[in-house]
Design a protein around this ligand. Structure first.
Ligand code: ASP
Length: 603
């Protein structure tokens, strides 16, 4: 190789050794005579000194160097002069005195600084991703991701899991998104779908007798993008046979995630072990969300009962229409300014709520002695002291705090209060940034009603087992049927979803029927699954666990693009390669595809 040591690994113990290094010029400083460069390779940085007295020719090369030039240099590892050590750098005690040097390749001035973490526009970063990935933070993110995946492989390998690849060109598998489709040249007019997940294949691998499967799998979903969503994401996809209760999956994954965190992220304590388990219903009731951030309290309270004889028309209407009146207590919120409180109203309106009622609870002494004199609220005249005391009791508020109340449909109240809870926690700095608060959420509903589709849809996916106790409700109250689906959440992120699967043909047919998939369509789209269940399918269960999200949580990035080597923009494009791009007419011709001009197609 062109090098015999790595820059970042050199230490004081290497003093006196002659080394050959190769890397990029991170920074160059010319002290009139002496030239210093920081040489960077994958392992880190080391200082190299070019001294005209020691090596005139090498010094000439040093004069030509610019940022990002690729350099090979040989020299002696030397202790730095006392007082010039750099304690921030692992190699900061030493430097390499160049004896010979060779420029392996020159570099243009990069479009942004590599050596400094200055803010750079995202499009530019993505266009020059290979330069962006040279920067320390991104480089580390990708290396850390490798370590995490390696840990997972090792952990599962030791527990008898077999890693198996499944096809990328396949038939559609529904996970609630649109499919990316690929035309087949040899079968004109027919299309493959890219997998939204390996769901069907992993179940078929259970029928095939592998018992414990996993894969670090790419999943492709054509849906609107967000900070935690990309057109393609990576999952730890896992399936186990002879499992018919959630706890078996939880035991394995709890050990995987907690041991991974303590092995690779020792500074990030797991807040509670075993991870708390809570039902979907409980999570919605306490936090308005099925992915609650459990690093802080701020639990929601239900105020409807205490306000049964309210005189406030807004509340009356909501109660009459079966909506929700719920809220939370803001510690110290009695002291918040009018402007701070008004901002919160605008904030919840952004989530569809019609308004927000604030009740600031002031005064001294026991809350039981509260009078309306102590209360500040734009709608104070509609409340009695008794009602305020009752609401405070429900939300755990005392004097000095503020109650925030949303009255709306259940769905809107949940959405607004979930957002409000996070916002208040952020404003008050309540979440310990280091803590990892994992929890399992269980007993999801099997179906969700879709207004747009006018039918029941799978809350998880159609292969999820119903809770057999609820089977009698299938025909009468489908919305009340619980499933054996579960999620793992951490710090407000959904890290995985999974379920115990259906392994009996009749149950699967019944679920298809509920989803509006008739026998013929079921046979056409999923006949292979139905048939496989008739050849001795074992009870089985599994998960699909987002690696990108896991990495974002563990590293503390707020967007998964920061932990993906080559992500897409918000409009699903790649500014570097230009994808998606037009194709040659000949390519389309062999596929028997004709493109309608966009405006005509729209018209
Ligand atoms: N296939 C599911 C998903 O991608 C996960 C699972 O049920 O295993 O969300």
């Amino acid at each position: 190789m062109l090098k015999d040591r790595n820059c970042g690994e050199l230490r004081a113990s290497d003093e006196g050794a002659t080394v050959t290094l190769a890397g990029w010029v991170n920074r160059r400083r010319d002290h009139g005579g002496l030239i210093f460069i920081d040489l960077r390779d994958h392992s880190g940085l080391v200082q190299v000194v070019f001294n005209p007295q020691e090596a005139a020719e090498a010094h000439h090369v040093g004069e030509e160097l610019r940022g990002e030039y690729v350099l090979q240099v040989s020299g002696a590892v030397t202790h730095r002069k006392p007082g010039t050590e750099n304690p921030d750098l692992p190699t900061g005690e030493i430097e390499v005195h160049a004896k010979s040097a060779k420029i392996l390749n020159a570099a243009k001035t990069p479009p942004f600084y590599i050596s400094d973490e200055t803010e750079v526009e995202e499009l530019l970063r993505l266009k020059y991703r290979y330069l962006d990935l040279r920067r320390e933070r991104m480089h580390q993110n990708i290396v850390t991701r490798h370590r995490v995946v390696q840990y997972i492989r090792d952990f599962l390998g030791k527990r008898g899991f077999t890693e198996i690849e499944t096809p990328i060109l396949t038939a559609p598998t529904p996970e609630g998104a649109r499919d990316y489709i690929v035309p087949s040249r040899v079968n004109p007019g027919r299309f493959y779908a890219l997998p939204q997940s390996p769901q069907q294949f992993k179940q078929l691998l259970m029928v095939a007798g592998f018992e414990r499967y996993f894969q670090i799998a790419h999943c492709l979903r054509d849906e609107d993008l967000r900070a935690d969503r990309q057109p393609e994401h990576t999952q730890l996809d896992l399936e186990m046979s002879f499992v018919d209760r959630e706890e078996d999956i939880f035991a394995l994954t709890e050990e995987l995630y907690s041991s991974l965190a303590s092995a690779l992220f020792p500074g990030r304590p797991v807040q509670r072990l075993p991870f708390p388990r809570m039902t979907y219903a409980e999570s919605m009731r306490r936090f308005g969300s099925d992915k609650p951030d459990l690093r802080y309290g701020l639990e929601l309270a239900d105020f409807a009962g205490a306000l049964a004889d309210t005189t406030f028309q807004v509340f009356k209407n909501v109660i009459a229409s079966g909506g929700a009146i719920r809220g939370l207590a803001v510690p110290g919120g009695a002291a918040w300014s009018r402007k701070q409180v008004d901002d919160l109203t605008t904030f919840v309106q952004g989530y569809g709520a019609k308004g927000l009622v604030s009740i600031q609870v002031g005064g001294e002494g026991d809350i039981a002695s509260l009078t309306m004199e102590d209360v500040k609220s734009p709608v104070a005249k509609f409340f009695t002291a008794g009602q305020v005391i009752a609401l405070a009791g429900l939300a755990g508020a005392g004097r000095g705090d503020m109650l925030l109340v949303v009255a709306d449909t259940e769905a809107v109240a949940n959405k607004a209060l979930d957002a409000l809870r996070r916002e208040i926690a952020a404003r008050l700095g309540l979440a310990d940034p280091q803590a990892l608060a994992f929890a399992f959420v269980t007993d999801y509903p099997l179906f969700e009603w879709s207004d747009t589709e006018g039918r029941w849809m799978s809350a998880h996916h159609p292969f999820t087992s119903p809770n057999l106790e609820d089977l009698p409700l299938m025909d009468t109250e489908p919305g009340k049927v619980r499933s054996h689906a579960y999620d793992l959440v951490c710090n407000g992120w959904e890290l995985f979803s999974g379920s115990i699967r259906i392994h009996q043909r009749e149950v699967q047919e019944k679920v298809f029927q509920m989803l509006g998939i008739g026998p013929e369509e079921a046979q056409r789209r999923f006949g292979h699954m139905l048939e496989a269940f008739e050849y001795g399918a074992p009870p089985h269960a599994g998960i699909g666990s987002g690696i990108d999200r896991l990495m974002a949580v563990l590293i503390g990035e707020s967007d998964i693009r920061e932990v993906i080597a080559f992500p897409k923009t918000k409009s699903a494009g790649d500014p570097m390669t230009g994808a998606p791009s037009p194709v040659d007419p000949e390519q389309l011709e062999v596929l028997h595809i004709r493109i309608e001009p966009a405006d005509e197609a729209e018209a």
